[in-house]
Design a binder for this molecule. Structure first.
Ligand code: NG6
Ligand code: CA
Length: 511
């Protein structure tokens, strides 16, 4: 009898020692764009298959309460990189084509933290956080500040989002393949009377627009904003995914001998949905789901590259999304018409632009072969916590004035059975109208200062819905947020209202 406790205490001592030791796996964060909770077969989609992402989930942890912090792209990405809620910083809403860098040079980020503990760091894919100083991007010169000024060693970017101009890659500080004899001009105003646009040349488009997106035409698709020049630098929408996989596979090979952090920021399934020809028609649901299948292929290629170099047991994959689903986001790509029974938000109400659960509760998967015990977790984790969690895991440092809302949920991310995720989380929309979701345990408070909620019903054209300024839901009984119980629980509602206001007021939640 005496031997057993002694033996156990040795085991625990070793385990404790192990837990405190920094671990430095390679980290690959794959962020999908506009992917809803129900958009993968491992999350219940049954109209098409996503075998690679399903494999990632089967070999790792599939979270049922995994979140991004906002229901649009720019604020989620801002919070993921900086660890601070985007609503704290005005100007973090959806970035226009010529936005200056929203993140100032020298800002501590998840990338600078990892670099500080010896990681090589890269971002490959969609950026959409602005580039350049106050005057905006100098497209023909150095695009500074950008990711290289706050923690990334290298980047290979689509500068904005692909429904915005320009369609060029940015490699480190420069537009790639730019011919100085054909300078790139990007602006808000039509550059000349005869400049073809989605309005004047609508009949030539290969995919029509439905709202906005009717300015400069490139590759048969009209966009938000105008540009001229830079022809040698322009890419085809159909080739984006392949190019980013190619660059990522190269990056993994080049950095296989030391820890690396790769932020793979996919553009799938954002509009314009224009997957490579080999994926067009891959599903019966049109280009929206075809883009999901394309992303699944990308994930498979990254997994294969990691396997090829024998890195699977030394690589933490995180799969997540930047916001929930939307159908018609500006182009006539038949997302709605071909939707059938597919529920992009899974069981949840609302999608992109919304603080209903569907706006931010999205697929979230972690895999680290040999370390993570495969399973399903109901713990609350959020993209904003990757900064704090990876710092805890790797021994990285967070300056006191940085990552103001990022928590260490590394135990939950790695599936430790006694580890807990967050007990509360603020969800925001694009940040402009005072719309918040506040999850506290299984309670969910919604606050809509304007009395309007956007994209509540995903399976329809985008619209605003009148809602009470405050609503309270019990997610344990009502994950769909259909039954507002604020009248039955006035004290709980007051408590959560006050707590949300205090979080906003305090300027930080990390102690
Ligand atoms: C909206 C665009 C939408 C999309 C979104 C940003 C219009 C009418 N709508 O303003 O198409 O670009 O911004 O999406 O222009 S996000 O996922 O990058 O946040
Ligand atoms: Ca998005």
């Amino acid at each position: 009898m005496k031997i057993i406790p002694l033996f156990l205490s040795v085991v625990f001592a070793v385990a404790a020692l192990h837990a405190d030791e920094p671990r430095k796996p390679n980290v690959i964060v794959i962020m999908a764009d506009d992917m809803g909770y129900g958009d993968l077969s491992c999350y219940g989609a049954d109209d098409f298959e996503t075998p690679y992402i399903d494999q990632l989930a089967a070999e790792g942890i599939r979270f049922t309460s995994g979140y991004c912090s906002a229901s649009t792209c720019t604020p989620t990405r801002y919070s993921f990189l900086t660890g601070t809620y985007a609503f704290r910083k005005p100007g973090t809403g959806i970035a226009p084509p010529s936005s200056p860098s929203i993140i100032p040079a020298g800002t501590p980020t998840i990338a600078s933290m990892l670099r500080g503990v010896g990681y090589k760091t890269a971002v490959i894919g969609k950026w959409h956080l602005g580039l350049g100083g106050e005057k905006g991007p100098d497209w023909n010169g150095d695009l500074k500040p950008g990711p290289l000024e706050f923690g990334f060693d290298t980047c290979f970017l689509l500068p904005t989002t692909n429904d915005r101009v320009p369609q060029v890659y940015v490699k480190d500080h420069r537009v790639l393949n730019l011919d100085p004899k054909d300078p790139l001009w990007v602006g808000k105003k039509k550059p000349s009377e005869d400049h073809p646009t989605g309005i004047t040349h609508r009949d030539t488009l290969k995919m029509d627009w439905t709202h906005g997106h009717n300015s400069t035409i490139h590759n048969g698709i009209s966009r938000i904003g105008f540009y001229t020049g830079g022809h040698a630098a322009r890419f085809r929408d159909e080739d984006l995914a392949d190019k980013w996989v190619e660059k990522s596979v190269e990056y993994i090979a080049e950095n296989k001998d030391q820890p690396f952090f790769l932020f793979f920021a996919s553009h799938d399934l954002h509009v314009p949905r224009m997957p490579h020809e080999r994926f067009q028609g891959a599903t019966r649901l049109g280009y929206r789901a075809d883009s999901i299948v394309q992303l699944d292929w990308c994930v498979g290629e990254l997994m294969k590259a990691v396997d090829q170099h024998g890195l699977a047991e030394n690589t933490l994959f995180v799969f997540c999304s930047d916001n929930g689903p939307v159908m018609d986001d500006g182009y006539a790509d038949e997302a709605l018409e071909k939707l059938g029974d597919h529920r992009a938000g899974g069981p949840f109400t609302g999608g992109k632009y919304s603080v209903y659960e569907g706006g931010t509760r999205t697929p979230f998967i972690t895999r680290w072969k040999g370390t993570i015990e495969p399973g399903v977790s109901d713990e609350v984790v959020c993209t904003i916590d990757l900064y704090g969690s990876l710092a805890a895991l790797t021994g990285g440092e967070i300056p006191d004035e940085a990552a103001l809302d990022s928590f260490d949920v590394s135990g939950a991310l790695l599936g430790d059975s006694d580890a807990e995720g967050r007990d509360e989380l603020v969800q925001q929309d694009n940040g402009s109208k005072g719309n918040f979701g506040f999850r506290s345990g299984n309670w969910k408070l919604q606050r809509h200062d304007s009395g309007k909620a956007r994209n509540v019903v995903v399976e329809k054209l985008l619209e605003n819905t009148d809602v009470p300024k405050f609503q309270l839901f019990d997610l344990s009984k009502d994950p769909e947020e259909k039954n507002n119980v604020i009248e039955d629980h006035p004290e709980k509602a007051e408590e959560l209202k006050a707590r949300l206001a205090a979080i906003i007021e305090a300027g930080r939640t990390r102690e």
